[in-house]
Design a protein around this ligand. Sequence first.
Ligand code: SF4
Ligand code: SF4
Length: 280
Amino acid sequence: MCEFCIRHGEGKKWYLQARNYSQDLLSDVRRQEFIAGFFRGSDNLQEGVEGLRKAAQAPAFVRRAISRRVTRQAKKQHFGQVLPLEDVREIFGFVNQIVRVPCVCRHATLGREARYCYGVSMGADRVFGDAIGNLDDSFLFGPNSAGLETLTAEAALEAFAGHEREGLCHTVWTFVTPFIGGVCNCDRSDCLAMRSTVTHDFKVMFRAEYVAEVNPDQCKGCRSCMRLCQFGAMAYSAANQKAFVDQRACYGCGVCRSACSKDAIALHPRAEVAAVAKLW
Ligand code: SF4
Ligand code: SF4
């Protein structure tokens, strides 16, 4: 279990605890201000892109100090965790509002709207929409914006399955921890959180509560799974003609499974795999 499961989930998966999505938490004025600032400040992310680039060139001891500070601050305000599609399904089973919104990262990195982020909430019907609805002018970019789209759980899950086929990794996000306000679909080239965590080792999200393994008896060595792994965790043994997972590199997203027609890849609870049980 990650430290958020211990602190905010009583030893169970913290992102499956309904109270972490509650209207009570969202009604905190400081949290509402943070959310408003987050969506208003999407242009500031451009500075974040530049900051990451500069930090990557700093000496190692400076990078370590920056990394500690970034992670400490992010854990209080806006921290994420990778999760597989089956856990997204569980979340969509108990929240009562799912709203698709443009991704602030893609706005900064691509300079255009891309709709890979989903606001979620419990309580009143329009809690999330009310929280950011009055920001439409500044947050929903461009003349072709679809605005805030309210989706059913089934429609949202179908969209997530499509994102998975694109190779995107699902993540949950806090807006002043422990409140969870979003489930997103990330990739390493466009998502600042993944770039920060995986490319630069400034961690702003945990690995999943799982880790993947290939069953060599079922693998036919087609390598289709390898092109979907964003973390460089899949490799191929020419001698065995099988794919295998480097579990120390694996984030447990489960996306590789969607490419495998042989059902050869399984996720195991991270806590049960000694080599990576404490690797977050
Ligand atoms: S997609 Fe499945 S069968 Fe093909 S290499 Fe990967 S694990 Fe093996
Ligand atoms: S090997 Fe691990 S990190 Fe890579 S796609 Fe599969 S589950 Fe995700």
